[in-house]
Design a protein around this ligand. Structure first.
Ligand code: ADP
Ligand code: MG
Length: 384
């Protein structure tokens, strides 16, 4: 899949900029605060209907302006081509209402919902904040895994939402119901649903961790010259040993929920279930989150993202675009070389930012690419 071109009007620090992209490698070079990340963000927003950096569309509109346009052409490998237009518009506040940003999405001149984009375009993006997948809390790791699963199985999004809604209700009940007979009676209804949805969520997570593991090991070994081995290990408060047997998972979850009931009463919160899931990211038997160097952590997240890319490719029969923001800092020459080799040998469109062109090209002579120089919202591009 390719993003052929994009036009940004009043998006972040851009006035009106049109860019024609290379079908393989696109490199954005510039000093800090010139607009490199904003370009990556604009491509992502064109494909997904919202940014990965902010929930608030208003932030995307240039200061001083009331509206912003993104216009782009996206082509699938089967040659099917889409003209995507996104308009973001600030609506003046009326009365006591706070200001709002309206969003209009069109594909080939037809109005579409954001879900239309989400189903079709699944770019993989790496940003410096993704380091948190290794370093930070289980919540961040779950979010990464869940997003991979949703991209592969859209129905999972619904399971997750339903589970979280029921979990919320169950916790409210635990907090508010003082009569223990009533509590037990009412909990049994919620328990059934928690068990049903929880089983599905655990099963999807186990299967997807398996899929990621199958890909990540080789990719990571390539990036570390076979010196390091990366593995994801499911860390669940439900399962203590590995199984993909749905009935077995259901049985164990049901049993644990029931035996945790006393504790749940006392703590007034649901203590067992996939909402407490985590996974270890293990490199040569050590937990990277605790003992890894910055470079090792970055390499691990990159390998994870590349694994996600491979899984999506298998599902969709084409590579989604790969967006790499500031990926090379903290990677030594060797790791940069392997990364560049990895992305240039695949039939894949990549967008990558860097302060220094040499950081990317010195490591490998690359013929098929386009370099864009970004300075204060102005972009100059040339084919190499
Ligand atoms: N809505 C906006 N309107 C105008 N400028 C913005 C807006 N949002 C961010 N900027 C500016 O865009 C500039 C470039 O940001 P960024 O793309 O993150 O730089 P970098 O090249 O370091 O990746 C920053 O100076 C920031 O102040
Ligand atoms: Mg940046």
């Amino acid at each position: 899949m390719n993003v052929n071109k994009i036009r940004l009007i009043h998006f972040r620090n851009f006035g009106d900029v049109s860019l024609d992209f290379h079908s393989s490698l696109n490199i954005f070079i510039g000093n800090n605060a010139q607009g490199k990340t904003n370009i990556i963000e604009s491509i992502y927003t064109l494909l997904r209907g919202s940014s990965y950096r902010t929930k608030d569309d208003d932030n995307l509109i240039s200061w001083q302006e009331k509206e912003s346009y993104l216009l782009g052409e996206v082509q699938k490998d089967n040659k099917e081509c889409f003209q995507i237009n996104i308009l973001l518009q600030n609506i003046e506040p009326q009365g006591h209402l706070s200001p709002k940003t309206k969003k209009i999405i069109k594909a080939n001149k037809k109005y579409q919902k954001k879900s239309w984009l989400l189903q079709r375009f699944k770019p993989v993006v790496f940003t410096p904040e993704d380091l948190q997948i290794v370093k930070s809390s289980p919540t961040v790791r779950r979010k990464f895994l869940d997003e991979v699963i949703i991209n592969l199985n859209p129905i999972y999004d619904q399971y997750l939402k339903d589970y979280n809604r029921i979990l919320f209700q169950r916790n409210i009940l635990l907090k508010n119901e003082k009569n223990s007979n009533n509590l037990i009676k009412q909990l049994s209804i919620w328990n059934e649903k928690i068990i049903e949805l929880g089983t599905l969520i655990i099963l999807y997570r186990i299967k997807t961790l398996q899929l990621l593991n199958q890909k990540v090991k080789d990719l990571h070994q390539m990036m570390t010259e076979n010196k390091e081995t990366l593995k994801l290990k499911y860390n669940s408060n439900v399962l203590t040993s590995f199984t993909e047997d749905k009935e077995e998972i259901r049985r164990i979850l049901a049993q644990k929920i029931h035996s945790a009931q006393e504790r749940d009463f006392r703590l007034k919160v649901t203590t067992i279930g996939p909402h407490r899931d985590d996974y270890f990211i293990i490199n040569n038997k050590i937990d990277l989150g605790i003992y890894g160097s910055q470079g090792q952590q970055r390499t691990a997240v990159l390998a994870l993202k590349m694994a996600e890319l491979e899984i999506l490719k298998e599902k969709e029969n084409e590579y989604p675009p790969l967006l790499l923001d500031d990926v090379t800092s903290e990677l030594d020459l060797e790791r940069r070389r392997f990364l560049m080799q990895l992305i240039t040998e695949k039939p894949l469109q990549t967008f990558i930012t860097s302060i220094n062109l040499d950081d990317l090209t010195q490591v490998k002579s690359i013929k098929d690419m386009k370099v864009f120089r970004v300075r204060n919202g102005i972009v100059e591009g040339n084919e190499q």
